[in-house]
Design a protein around this ligand. Structure first.
Ligand SMILES: Cc1cc2nc3c(=O)[nH]c(=O)nc-3n(C[C@H](O)[C@H](O)[C@H](O)COP(=O)(O)OP(=O)(O)OC[C@H]3O[C@@H](n4cnc5c(N)ncnc54)[C@H](O)[C@@H]3O)c2cc1C
Length: 283
């Protein structure tokens, strides 16, 4: 039942499933970032076990010719057990990624962790060998994001810009979609003008059009940024952008800890609940 429910958004339970999905997407001209699902671990042993999966992934990716990297969550790396533990684990993974010519994207979680996440990524990125091998995520719904983007760009840190997927109070996040969208466009412009390679992560056709128009107007080359989308969401748009010569990276989650990720995808689009219920009843 879990496998059936989650398969719309999750590539399978094992590393082999993630690698074969990455290979199939690669054949369609798509890059990938692989997410070994899991969050909020409660012991150092769980954190180290989760990190080990990523070390295996980095080894597997190094053997392949895929345009692929990894995405992880700090609460999966033990942040809530001890920030020092998470720092040590992430540093080890970024070192491995640097040796393998790969890249670690640190996902952004709820706003209680924004400051800690930024601090940790800046610290790991400050080690000269790690430059270009670790990046962060900024959420356009957060009121603080413009300031965070300015500070991260000053450090030369690569950013994935998304709208944000967690429930947040109005003091910290814009409650209205139009304000989130306006902020997304403003932040997108700052990223595209920065001269660093960033990811514009959205399935919103309005945001994609704004990005394309701005890049064209400012003479920003298509190869100097990429669009990013989630596995199983708007495959038509992913393929269309690839056909038009844009880089598109698909976020591919896998593993048995699929429940929180899956619930965030349902919450984003209530129509998904109806879609899934219909599919389950049909079988
Ligand atoms: C590559 C990637 C990485 C991300 N990483 C993070 C992260 O680290 N932290 C974080 O908080 N959030 C992350 N997100 C999620 C993001 O914050 C949004 O919640 C999500 O992308 C929906 O926003 P949207 O920009 O697509 O726009 P929306 O306005 O929500 O949606 C626009 C359109 O996209 C389609 N769509 C959007 N979501 C779905 C869905 N679940 N199912 C089916 N169709 C959908 C629909 O057609 C919808 O009309 C990530 C998203 C992407 C694409």
């Amino acid at each position: 039942m879990g496998r059936r429910l989650s398969s719309r958004f999750v590539a399978g339970f094992r590393i082999e499933d993630a690698m074969s999905t990455a290979t199939a997407l690669g054949a369609q001209g798509l890059a990938v970032t692989l997410d070994s699902l899991g969050e909020n671990v409660t012991s150092p042993a769980q954190a180290r076990q989760a990190a080990q999966v990523y070390h295996w992934l980095l080894d597997a990716l190094a053997q392949s010719k895929l345009n692929a990297n990894i995405s992880l969550k700090l609460t999966q790396m033990g942040l809530e057990v001890s920030p020092d533990l998470a720092g040590e684990i992430v540093s080890g993974l970024v070192r491995h990624a640097a040796e393998a010519g790969s890249f670690v994207r640190v996902d952004m979680e709820g706003s209680a962790l924004t400051q800690t996440t930024i601090k940790l990524v800046r610290r790991v990125h400050a080690i000269p060998e790690n430059r270009d091998h670790v990046g962060i995520v900024i959420q356009a719904y957060l009121r603080r994001s413009a300031e965070d983007v300015a500070a991260l760009l000053a450090d030369g840190i690569r950013i994935r810009l998304c709208k944000g997927a967690y429930q947040e109070p109005p003091e910290v996040a814009f409650p209205d979609k139009k304000d989130v969208d306006r902020n997304f466009v403003a932040l997108m412009k700052a990223l595209l003008k920065s001269g660093l390679f960033h990811g514009i992560a959205t399935h919103d056709e309005g945001m994609i059009a704004a990005t394309r128009e701005f890049a064209q107007a400012e003479g920003v080359d298509r190869s100097s940024f990429e669009f990013q989308m989630l596995y199983g969401v708007r495959r038509d748009l992913q393929r269309m952008l690839v056909r038009e010569g844009y880089g598109v990276r698909v976020y591919v989650p896998f593993g048995d800890q699929w429940y929180p990720y899956f619930m965030r995808r349902l919450a984003e689009r209530p129509a998904n609940v109806v879609f899934l219920a219909r599919n389950l009843l049909r079988r």
